[in-house]
Design a protein around this ligand. Sequence first.
Ligand code: ATP
Length: 325
Amino acid sequence: MTALETASAPATTATPALACRGLSKRYGDVVAVEDVGFAIAPGQAYGLLGPNGAGKTTTISMLVGLLRPDSGTVLVGGTDLAADPTRAKAKIGYVPQEIALYPELTGRENLRFFGRLFGLPRRRLAARIDEVLDLIGLTDRADTKLGTYSGGMKRRINIGAALLHRPEVLILDEPTVGVDPQSRKAILDGVERLVEEGMALLYTSHYMEEIERVCERAAIIDHGRIIADGTRRELVSLVGTADKVELVLDGDVETAFAKLRAVEGVVEAARTGASSVRLIAEGGRYLLPALITAVDGSATVTATQVIEPDLEATFLHLTGSTLRD
Ligand code: ATP
């Protein structure tokens, strides 16, 4: 069962670790973010799921105080970011997409540098660095130069740096993009452990399987707006009982695609590659014979896959486009 499925209702009594309301940001005519709001309780992981350019980074930049919103408020552990930025920011651990570390220093030395930068006392820092290295799974490589690390290991050091001051909320912006599978696993395992220990997490990704695994609740963001939010079950129920059906076609794919769209029961259709299509269809698994017959004369169906509704299907249903195009 995924984290999203096991989710309980959000805590309403405790002060949220992170809350925002009515956040908006425009760049000239471009509405980057509009009226975004959510609350994350301690020990809760919240996902922001959306394609590139949806407004995730702009939202995060406003949450961490790097960008002034045109309107809206941000509260970090009850502290208003605009009124008391120093206090609010001290409760946040932020890991941006870009990696900024020193290749000539070892992993441990990089962490020490950032720890000193945050003003952590030298005595406590050494022990904290050991804890953080364990959490990000880099104890073994701590004393080799960062320049020899893979991109994923550097990303893990970046996450470690954001954890040194024991933030109440950790904000990760697409932490697994361009990361090797071993580091991806270490990152996902590490953040799950942190959330279990009570940290609040804001996790952005365009990989819905990561959001499903890590987050209790998620918001789907598109063109700067939250178009749906809730637990996985709540989000998926928006699609109804439809299945996702993926077909690989050989032949005149364009014509076959048009025919498939017209089949009764097909509610959404998208081209996913030169010879592949994805359909959302009521009772899709029972519709396969009709789909195969429909393309007859134009193309042959060479592979099929039926998948029960997931966040990707919800996204497709709500926006009419796939997450990764
Ligand atoms: P990505 O994962 O690619 O960073 P995103 O979901 O984080 O995508 P944003 O980077 O927040 O999206 O961008 C949202 C919108 O705002 C996009 O249309 C983008 O082109 C625009 N935008 C972002 N920053 C600026 C800027 N400094 N000036 C003008 N437009 C911007």
